[in-house]
Unconditional design. Sequence first.
Lengths: 111, 118
Amino acid sequence: QKEVEQNSGPLSVPEGAIASLNCTYSDRGSQSFFWYRQYSGKSPELIMFIYSNGDKEDGRFTAQLNKASQYVSLLIRDSQPSDSATYLCAVNAQAGTALIFGKGTTLSVSS
Amino acid sequence: GAVVSQHPSRVICKSGTSVKIECRSLDFQATTMFWYRQFPKQSLMLMATSNEGSKATYEQGVEKDKFLINHASLTLSTLTVTSAHPEDSSFYICSARSRTSGGSNEQYFGPGTRLTVT
């Protein structure tokens, strides 16, 4: 059974702080890794994807991937109250197949 | 970015009736579309994978005769919930993978359809 694990939270950080979200996956053959943000009552929105070991930065967001440890993380710098949402980690074994989602981590950024 | 639409965004129907949900990729061709269901405070659960021109592949536990999927073109997939019951009330979300994405594998979600069966 392929699994993606996330701490459900809530993770609470003050405005301006760095939020660190973590995810582990069980399928060592996984190729693609995604972070989605989901606001309550809305569908997921793609934030970042990463395919190679290391860091990938996009604005305030940095995704980090360590395939040896089967671990992927998302850092949000200068957190804003508007970042408060559920963050879903998703993993894909090969192109064209469906994503396997974690249960999500709820982030709360207080002003 | 790629845009995926769903229609309707919200539907209320009576028990025993059927409901059709449309998923369209607006600015790209989607070789594959996926249908998910999400119950309150739970994660997305994959229901089926739909490839254009072929039969959908359903996940274990999903009744293919109850959830009919048609992927007639590269921009449109439909999910029909037949003989809906209150336990089918959920948030149904489709996603699409771009045909031109080559080796990449980004999937883009539609805005979702909230189904309430009374």
